[in-house]
Each structure stands twice: as structure tokens, then as C-alpha cells.
Design a protein around this ligand. Structure first.
Ligand SMILES: [Zn+2]
Length: 432
């Protein structure tokens, strides 16, 4: 009996031919439908793929999405799509391609990642990867993924990804409960970068983004599901959160997102143009909880301050993905939170300067900045010069006035303190 059982487990693990995968998908589909609360119009074909194929699918989708509603140059689209596809290549074992309605799965990748453990575990992981991607197929059939995800940038773009991925992660976990696949569920969650037993944002900088997207996304979907069932979740997916703060604070979902006042944004745009070189590409987008929380985490500051951000906006000018500047306006709920944010950045910069002092090729400096009408201001500069690599530099000038924080971030752009101070003063002069 035991031998028979073992034999069937092993058979289920090695028999992952295209036909076997099709029948696994057919068996999983009713469970996904029951958990997600919507039926499939049709089941997507399954293709066994390698990481390069998965990356190519992601690349083509990114180009498609970036071309919608945004005025980006072809070279920028290519650079951004390449970055996203490159980041995906080592992370994902499956991908639902919404351009060809096909489900891609990297069986070798899964087998290698689960190595040394039981064939049953591998089979369970394959099932949950398929279940996850089936959810994206379901989203596409009911909502049209290219419409939901297209043309959204900045914090809004991240919020939409969190909603879609959080839904897939939540359903995948619920399917695992139905099928008694707790072990594989923990592994798949770990591959996606979050903890299945308590989905949420990781306090490790490396795991931060993925845990936000999948873990916090799943927690957000779980909250909506508990309150209003799967129809509340589908209503949300049809009108996804417009800011990432809504993922962390579901009670804020549905609030109308605000932007800094027009007078401030105009002043920021003029200051940006004065600092940038003529002919650079420009654009603006929202900044929210996701970026501010990450900044606080990197600085070793209190991440709860991110919840005190009322609104954030950034306007950038760039020569290329490597060279450019970004001017950000961050309005906090109160002056204490804004001051605490600036203080956390200053302390973080000081700690980094001290930690990197004497390291070969690294130079870091923190200095005071005299900015007219600022309550506080500082400038941090970091440079990296390693043999055989182009030198890199990042500088961040931060100024506080009341509940407003204005920042200029330079990436491989050399500008003196005086120019940065006068740019920030120009913005703060419009603050009330
Ligand atoms: Zn996904």
C-alpha cells in the first residue's frame, strides 16, 4: 500500500508532460472558480517554458502596457520593459500571458527550487503555481488585464499590481487550503517573497517590494473578502486602489486621491527645469506609501511615518535611465510627521556615511544646506568609483517647511549646493 502510494506520488511528479499539465489545469480550474467566485469562459493552453521565454513574455507585455496612455520614447519603453523582464526572470516560475492568453510554467525552475525534497512537494508547488496563473487568466477574462493595468504610472501603477497579484496570491493560498497543500503553499509564498502564515510587508529591504506586492496585496484582498465576499473583491479589481496607502489601510480604499496644490506643482516643475539640461525627457507621477515606507526602511527610520503621508508627487527630467533628476513634493498630515521624516533621512544618511567611511571606492558626505524659509535642510552625497565600472553618484537634497518636504534627487548629475538650495527655496516659497 505504502509502495503504491509512493509510486503514485513519484509518477505525479515526473509526469509533467504538456498533456499531464493540461489535465492538472482542468482539475484545478473548478477549485479556482469556487474559491474566486467566478467561472472561466475558457481554459488557457499551458506551455512549458524556460526563464528566457517567461522574460520575453513579460517584456512584450510591458512594452504593450507602457505604450498605453503615456508619452514615453521608444528607448525609454525598451529600457523600462527590459528592467521589469530582467527582474522577473529569476523570480517567477509561471506566467499568464495576456497578449496570447497562454499559461507558461517553468517546470525545471520549480524542480530546481524545490530540490532535495519530496516529489509530492514539487507536484503541489506546480499545482499552486498553475492555480496562481489561472487566477490571472480569470482576471483577464472578466476584466481585461491590459485595460486594468495599462496607462497607470507611479504609486497608482504599483497599487494596481498589488491588487492583481494580491488577489492571485490570496486565491492560491485558499486553493492550497482546499487541497490540503500547506507545505507547498508555504514554499510558493516564500518564492514570491512573503510569509504565507502572516502575509504583509517584510522589514527586510531585500524582500520589501515583493512582500508588499504579494503579501500586503493578499492581506488587502483577504480584508475585502472577509467583509463582502468574492463579489466585493471583483468590484475592487474593476476599480483598483489608486494609491498604495489603500493597500496598507483598506478603510482608505475608495477615497479620492489628492495631489499637492497646483501652485506647488508649478513651482516644482520650474525648479526642475532650472536644474535639468535642455532637451531632457520630463514627466510627473504620484509618490505614495510604497516609496516612502521603503525610504524610511532604508534609512532605519520608523516606517509607520509613511501612513502620515497625505500626498506625494514627483516630477523628473532625465537624459537616460542612468542620468537624471527627480523633484519630489511630500505633504504630511502634520508638521511633526514631516519633521520626523526629514530627521529620519538625516540620521540614515549620517549612519551610511559612517558605515562606508574608508571603504575603497566609496565616498559619502552629509552637509547642512542653507535654504531660504526652510525649517531644516540637508544634502547627502554618495559616490561609487570601482575599477572597470563607470563611476556612479547619487545626491539627495531635502528641505522641510511646515508639513511640506521638498526633495531633489540627482542620479549621476553633478550640481552644486547653491543650485540645489535655490531650487528648493523656489518651491518652499510657494508653501503655506
Ligand atoms: Zn501573479
Amino acid at each position: 500500500m505504502l509502495l503504491l502510494l509512493l509510486a503514485s506520488l513519484i509518477a505525479s511528479a515526473v509526469e509533467l508532460t504538456p498533456e499531464a499539465l493540461e489535465s492538472r489545469v482542468a482539475a484545478l480550474a473548478p477549485v479556482v472558480e469556487a474559491v474566486a467566485g467566478r467561472p472561466f469562459a475558457t481554459l488557457p493552453p499551458v506551455v512549458v517554458a524556460d526563464p528566457e521565454t517567461l522574460a520575453a513574455v513579460v517584456y512584450a507585455e510591458q512594452v504593450h502596457l507602457l505604450r498605453q496612455g503615456r508619452r514615453l520614447e521608444a528607448a525609454q519603453i525598451e529600457a523600462q520593459a527590459t528592467r521589469t523582464a530582467g527582474a522577473m526572470e529569476h523570480a517567477a516560475f509561471g506566467k499568464y500571458g495576456f497578449l496570447d492568453d497562454t499559461l507558461y510554467v517553468d517546470i525545471d525552475g520549480i524542480t530546481a527550487a524545490v530540490q532535495g525534497t519530496s516529489p509530492a512537494l514539487t507536484a503541489g508547488v506546480v499545482d499552486l503555481v498553475l492555480a496562481h496563473e489561472l487566477v490571472h487568466a480569470l482576471q483577464d477574462q472578466h476584466l481585461d488585464l491590459s485595460r486594468v493595468a495599462g496607462g497607470r504610472a507611479g504609486d497608482e501603477g504599483i497599487a494596481v499590481v498589488c491588487a492583481l497579484e494580491g488577489h492571485a496570491a490570496w486565491v492560491q493560498t485558499a486553493v492550497a487550503r482546499e487541497l490540503d497543500l500547506a507545505g507547498p503553499a508555504a514554499l510558493v509564498a516564500a518564492f514570491l517573497g512573503y510569509d504565507a502564515s502572516s502575509p504583509g510587508i517584510s522589514s527586510s529591504l531585500d524582500a520589501y517590494h515583493d512582500s508588499y506586492v504579494y503579501g500586503q496585496g493578499a492581506a488587502f484582498v483577504g480584508t475585502l473578502q472577509a467583509a463582502g465576499g468574492s463579489e466585493a473583491v471583483w468590484d475592487m479589481l474593476a476599480a483598483p486602489p489608486q494609491r498604495t496607502t489603500m493597500l496598507v489601510h483598506p478603510e482608505r480604499y475608495g477615497d479620492r486621491p489628492t495631489q499637492p496644490p497646483v501652485r506647488l506643482r508649478r513651482a516644482a516643475t520650474r525648479a526642475r527645469d532650472a536644474l535639468a539640461e535642455a532637451g531632457w525627457t520630463t514627466g510627473s507621477q504620484s509618490v505614495g506609501d510604497h516609496a516612502i515606507r521603503q525610504t524610511l526602511l532604508a534609512a532605519g527610520g520608523p516606517t509607520a511615518l509613511a501612513s502620515q503621508l497625505r500626498t506625494g508627487w514627483s516630477t523628473r527630467a532625465y537624459h537616460s535611465a542612468r542620468i537624471g533628476l527627480d523633484l519630489q513634493l511630500l505633504e504630511f498630515e502634520d508638521t511633526e510627521s514631516a519633521a520626523a521624516f526629514v530627521d529620519a533621512l538625516r540620521r540614515g544618511a549620517q549612519a551610511t556615511v559612517e558605515a562606508t567611511a574608508g571603504a575603497p571606492g566609496v565616498r559619502g558626505r552629509l552637509e547642512e544646506l542653507e535654504v531660504a524659509s526652510a525649517d531644516a535642510a540637508h544634502l547627502e552625497r554618495f559616490g561609487l568609483a570601482l575599477p572597470g565600472m563607470p563611476p556612479e553618484s547619487v545626491a539627495t537634497a531635502t528641505a522641510l517647511r511646515g508639513s511640506l518636504v521638498a526633495q531633489v534627487i540627482l542620479v549621476n548629475v553633478e550640481l552644486g549646493s547653491d543650485a540645489l538650495a535655490s531650487g528648493l527655496a523656489r518651491v518652499l516659497s510657494r508653501a503655506r
